[in-house]
Design a protein around this ligand. Structure first.
Ligand code: PAF
Length: 277
């Protein structure tokens, strides 16, 4: 496994790999790797391809009062996991190099960034786009892998790929959950044991909602009831609980593929999830 820090060196290796007919599969991460990441990485294993995993905790996607400073940094452990998985290249960009130019790329802003998480975390999607656009430019991957757990991020990145004509395919990978349905996330590390039990309820309550909202367009009452239930179970700070289509639009027909989207705090930890209806 090659560990590469220099952008120029990485580009050279990628050019050589492409000349040798290899497909480039790319998995961008912020480290603190867990089984959810490993699933993405395993799915990216294909014949005649190399897998490149990037690890970079991107400061610009954190708000001023968010957890940038405390975000788990576990590079040693991450590298061991990636070595065991036989990943070809780990890209560890140096902050001063990858963020040398402080100006944001003139990346379009999309309406879908202003809703759901974008409402309460206005820095998040501009920050994510500003790093992903650079990574896409550097890696020139044939396929890039993103988890469906961060579903809004996945849709925003797909839109950016389309609008800026990046050639990479965006491959969505299903959310990996613990046995109680809690989606794996690097931020689960912040949860106390009693909070994990509370967080598990999100899955239970939302799963229970699915059959109820399946054949109904007006779900206001059902969602209000579910919010009450969440609160009764200790999930008191609900940022949103809503239903949108897979492209993050209002659901106008029962035929359109849709999801339940939720963001809520358990203690001081913000959790997000989504469920296919
Ligand atoms: O999902 C993440 O881990 C990050 O938002 C990403 C896509 C690596 C950009 O920093």
């Amino acid at each position: 496994m090659k560990i590469i820090k220099s952008i120029e060196y990485l580009k050279r290796i990628i050019r050589e790999s492409k000349r040798n007919g290899l497909i480039i599969n790319f998995i961008p991460t912020m480290g603190a790797l867990h089984l959810g990441h490993m699933k993405l990485i395993q799915k990216a294993k294909k014949k005649n391809s190399i897998r490149i995993v990037s690890i970079f905790i991107n400061p610009s996607q954190f708000g001023p009062n968010e957890d940038y400073k405390n975000y788990p940094r576990t590079t040693h452990n991450d590298l061991n996991l990636l070595r065991n998985e036989n990943v070809d290249i780990v890209f560890l960009p140096i902050e001063n190099e990858i963020l040398k130019y402080k100006t944001y790329y003139k990346c379009p802003n999309f309406k879908i960034e202003k809703i759901l998480c974008g409402k309460s975390r206005p820095n998040y999607f501009p920050g994510v786009k500003s790093i992903v656009i650079k990574l896409f430019d550097i890696v020139q991957a044939d396929n890039s892998f993103f988890g469906e757990k961060d579903y809004q991020q996945l849709v925003v990145i797909k839109k950016m790929r389309d609008e800026l004509n990046f050639a990479t395919n965006i491959i969505p990978i299903k959310t990996v959950r613990n046995k109680n349905g809690l989606p794996l996330s690097s931020r689960n590390k912040y949860l106390e044991i009693n909070e994990i039990e509370i967080a598990n309820k999100i899955n239970k309550i939302c799963k229970y909602l699915i059959p109820k909202v399946k054949n109904k367009l007006n779900t206001t009452k059902i969602l209000a009831h579910a919010k009450r239930e969440l609160r009764m179970n200790g999930i008191d700070k609900i940022d949103y609980l809503t239903i949108l289509t897979d492209t993050l639009e209002k659901r106008k027909s029962l035929k359109s593929k849709s999801r339940i989207f939720i963001a809520a705090n358990v203690g001081s930890t913000r959790l997000i999830d989504n469920f296919r209806i």
